[in-house]
Design a protein around this ligand. Structure first.
Ligand code: PHE
Length: 453
């Protein structure tokens, strides 16, 4: 591969820009909305431990694998798999992996945009003081009333999708590096503030206990799968988003260090969200397993009752929307880059079509919370089905294949060259995790779920 080759879509201006963009992709609704509610549904501590192990043993090595594949080819994930398979002398079927990722991106974005729409609506609700002095039951009533209205959800979903498309149209370099650079630290600071509030509540220790006390009796085969799926989802792995961002990465940046920083930041934000939310749950006699509404039913109580809560509430939901935007653009970028690079679309046209598909799919999720709430397939609503299919099946399967490719198919000297470790031991460790631990773990979890084990 020629070293001077750059992606057609441009390149990050520095290592910092890459870390910022990839952290922007990783940190989002997955950390603040999803992690707390699935932790609540899966019993707390033991689930969190499995999640952390998955991040460490599967997530970080895989993030390195995805980044190195992308950087080596400098192309969109579909084309990357084609090029690298050829380079390694492997069959052409590998490009289906790129397809799987693009499909997962569309499906995730379709519901991601709906939930990000909720967060956007909450900026406005916070602004109009809807939460000020509100009791837990009032806060719940606000949420229930809101999601019961398809029209409102459609409005906010459309707005968010439009915003995503507008950012993606501008392309990667101009992108919105600056606003992400500003809002990520803001989100972080607000999370710390919320943890501070949680500490003042009577349920603080109960909340911590729930999050960190290991009770393996609550762990089922399915919760292990959900924890693993969440590691993929939260780190944006298994669908080519990080691969795509790797393609924009200059040659001289250390992939290992960047991956650890990104995964570390992502994990810290998720844990902070948990530490902020569960004390509020227990202090107010709420249920930890109340599902996708959890964040929207708890944090407004904090904002409604803390000093400066009006302003902090607005800022928090704004920061959450930005965090969601910096993730949603990475969900759609692989598809957009493929349409441009391989199908000759203009960036505008590529964005328009991709956005339209995800927007239409999003209606299924919107209706899952109201008119189709009782329409179930395999005991799941449309939203739950899409979520399960993507986070628990498509991403882990994608991750499994990426691990196999990077560990077994790609030539050693090529991965070694990209990773450029100062010592051999680090490479051996990475190689061991990617060849054995990651694929075997994913495989065993799947076996376990289908009941073979
Ligand atoms: N990681 C993002 C989040 O946690 C979601 C995401 C998944 C983004 C997959 C890109 C790819 O919110």
């Amino acid at each position: 591969m020629a070293d001077e080759k750059k992606s057609q879509q441009g390149e990050w201006s520095s290592r910092f820009a890459f870390i910022l963009a990839a952290t922007g992709s990783a940190v989002g609704l997955g950390n603040i909305w999803k992690f707390p509610y699935i932790t609540g549904e899966n019993g707390g501590g033991a689930f969190v431990l499995v999640y952390l192990l998955c991040v460490l043993l599967i997530g970080i090595p895989l993030m390195m694998a995805e980044t190195l594949l992308g950087r080596r080819s400098k192309e969109n994930p579909i084309h990357t798999m084609e090029i690298l398979a050829k380079e390694a002398g492997a069959g052409q079927n590998w490009h289906y992996l790129g397809w799987l990722g693009v499909a997962a991106g569309f499906l995730i974005l379709s519901y991601y945009s709906v939930i990000a729409g909720w967060a956007s609506a909450y900026v406005v609700k916070a602004f109009f003081g809807s939460f000020s002095g509100a009791s837990p039951s009032e806060v719940k009533a606000i949420f229930d009333g809101f999601v019961a209205s398809p029209m409102q959800l459609i409005f906010w979903h459309s707005l968010f999708m439009l915003a995503t498309m507008l950012i993606v149209v501008r392309g990667i370099e101009k992108g919105f590096e600056k606003s992400v650079g500003l809002l990520m630290p803001a989100l972080f600071a607000l999370m710390i503030l919320l943890v501070g509030y949680a500490m003042t509540t009577v349920g603080y220790f109960q909340g911590l206990n729930f999050l960190f006390k290991l009770d393996f009796s609550k762990l089922t085969a399915n919760s292990v799968l959900v924890a693993m799926g969440q590691a993929f989802f939260s780190l944006s792995l298994g669908m080519g988003a990080i691969m795509m961002y790797g393609a924009y990465l200059p040659k001289d940046v250390s992939i290992a260090k960047s991956s650890m920083i990104i995964a570390g930041a992502d994990t810290i934000v998720a844990l902070l969200a948990g530490i902020a939310i569960f004390p509020i749950v227990f202090s107010n006699g709420l249920q930890p397993n109340s599902g996708p509404g959890l964040v929207f039913e708890t944090l407004p109580i904090a904002f409604g009752n803390m000093f400066g809560g009006w302003l902090f509430g607005i800022l928090f939901f704004m920061a959450l929307v930005f965090a969601a935007l910096s993730s949603s653009i990475s969900l759609i970028e692989p598809a957009v880059a493929w349409l441009i690079e391989n199908k000759g679309f203009s960036r505008k046209k590529a964005c328009l079509w991709s956005g339209l598909v995800a927007w239409v799919l999003g209606f299924g999720t919107i209706f899952s919370f109201n008119v189709w709430a009782n329409v179930k397939l395999f005991e799941r609503t449309f939203f739950e089905l899409v979520d399960y299919l993507t986070a628990n099946l498509m991403l882990p399967i994608g991750g499994f294949c990426i691990a196999v490719f990077a560990g077994w198919v790609m030539k050693r000297e090529h991965s070694q060259q990209e990773l450029d470790f100062p010592d051999n031991l680090s490479y051996v460790l990475w190689s061991f995790l990617v060849r054995y631990i990651a694929p075997v773990a994913v495989f065993l979890v799947f076996l376990n779920v289908v009941g073979v084990l």
